[in-house]
Design a protein around this ligand. Structure first.
Ligand code: NAI
Ligand code: MG
Length: 396
């Protein structure tokens, strides 16, 4: 097989250190690839006025596979004030480069598995009958539509008259907002298309079928958000009926789901949702399996795929002399890349090693020891980012 080239995009904050840890593990496990650096993040916004430089898009176009750490996004005011002086008056507008990347390459399918590792002290537990404690085994895979919906970027503050007039033709807008001065209005839209709704639904059903999950749950709010959520649920019913009749179709509302996920998380298999509700429900389930240090993800398009931990750049831990953050989310994301390209054996080997290290409990990062993050957690017995990666490498 030809050697692959992976575009390694560290980004900001802790992105670089977790990405390095993951690449070390990949190499130790025998995954033979070249890595090229892809620039992305706040530095490039400040110095070039673009957090997602064209050269990085070119690299991804060429090599098709990316590993991404995390970026820092800051509010509008800081985005302008931190720009290099020469760029300040150019009318540049910051937007998140990871959202931009998903949209540029049409990475419409986001997969976020949340599977509990045995022996993880951060696993969710609940009271059973009497004085018993139950530790439900969570094995959920969230399919989140990644490019449309509320994060689609179609939004306005103080909309121009064309937009405003168009909204005024809607009776509910007229009734509820018709007397609000236009300069006091901010509008963000939630647009779903049949094409991408169908793609995320089919991806979810196919995954359930391939890996033996008994149900697919559409987690939206069709009783209130009747057009978009309603369309997704109706399409799910048709797809289930015509193509996946062996898989059960369940329907939950996002708000109720956030309550049920602590009552009976073991009941769920594959969950599918639009962009924002998928973001919410996946963070919710991630909390049951150890939180951001464990939450991995894939962003898949038809040509390009980018794999990243769900967490952000955790700036407060970025400048520690020795990094304390947990690299497992990034390493597990790298395993999703291996699965995507058919390197199942190496992926299984790494995943088993992570599971063994977590189970043995000898090496734990600060989050797994329920410590508050600070540089002295290492003196108190927590493992550093590199020590965790080393333990996973030793166990391979
Ligand atoms: P965050 O995920 O960076 O950090 C939140 C908290 O989670 C941290 O303070 C830390 O306690 C914990 N945490 C995160 N990663 C961890 C790890 N690997 N191991 C152990 N603990 C970990 O989210 P926050 O603080 O809301 O945002 C920080 C910056 O990251 C912001 O600029 C935000 O815009 C950006 N962000 C970027 C994302 C991305 O690149 N995909 C996603 C989320 C936030
Ligand atoms: Mg999120």
């Amino acid at each position: 097989m030809t050697k692959r080239t992976i575009v390694a995009m560290p980004g900001d904050g802790i992105g670089g250190v977790v990405l390095n840890a993951a690449i070390r593990v990949l190499e130790a496990a025998g995954f033979d690839a070249d890595y090229v650096n892809g620039d992305i993040g706040w530095e490039f916004w400040k110095n070039e006025g673009n957090p997602l430089p064209e050269r990085t898009l070119k690299l991804l176009e060429q090599h098709k596979l990316g590993l991404f750490g995390a970026i820092t996004s800051k509010p509008k005011d800081s985005a302008i004030s931190e720009l290099a002086p020469a760029l300040k008056d150019k009318g540049l507008v910051y937007s998140s480069p990871i959202v931009g990347l998903r949209q540029h390459f049409d990475l419409d399918i986001c997969i976020r598995p949340c599977k509990s590792y045995k022996g993880n002290p951060l696993n969710f537990i609940r009271k059973g009958t009497g004085d018993t404690i139950v530790e439900p085994e969570v094995d959920v895979v969230i399919f989140r539509q990644n490019t449309e919906g509320l994060y689609g970027g179609v939004e306005w503050s103080n909309p121009n008259s064309e937009v405003y007039d168009a909204f005024m033709t809607h009776p509910k807008f007229l009734k509820n907002f018709g007397s609000v001065p236009v300069e006091e209005l901010s509008i963000s839209t939630r647009i779903f298309s049949r094409k991408y709704t169908g793609r995320i639904l089919r991806a979810a059903f196919s995954h359930a079928k391939k890996f033996g999950y008994k149900s697919v749950t559409v987690c939206e709010k069709p009783n209130v958000i009747r057009e978009t959520s309603g369309m997704m649920y109706k399409m799910a019913q048709e797809i289930q009926r015509d193509e996946f009749s062996e898989i059960e179709l369940w329907n939950t509302n996002i708000d109720a789901q956030m309550m049920w996920l602590t009552k009976n998380p073991e009941n769920y298999g594959v969950i599918v949702a639009g962009n924002m509700f998928g973001d919410i429900v996946s963070d919710g389930f991630a909390g049951l399996i150890g939180g951001l240090g464990f939450a991995c993800s894939a962003n898949l398009g038809e040509n390009v795929a980018v794999f990243e931990p769900t967490h952000g750049s955790a700036p407060k831990y970025a400048d520690y002399p020795e990094s304390i953050v947990n690299p497992i989310a990034m390493i597990a994301s790298a395993c999703m890349m291996l699965d995507h390209i058919g390197e199942f054996e190496i992926s299984q080997q790494i995943q088993k090693s992570i599971a063994d290290v977590v189970k043995s409990g000898e090496v734990r990062t600060y989050d797994m020891m329920k410590m508050v993050g600070s540089p002295d957690v290492l003196q108190k017995g927590a493992a550093s980012t590199d020590q965790m990666a080393d333990a996973i490498i030793r166990n391979l």
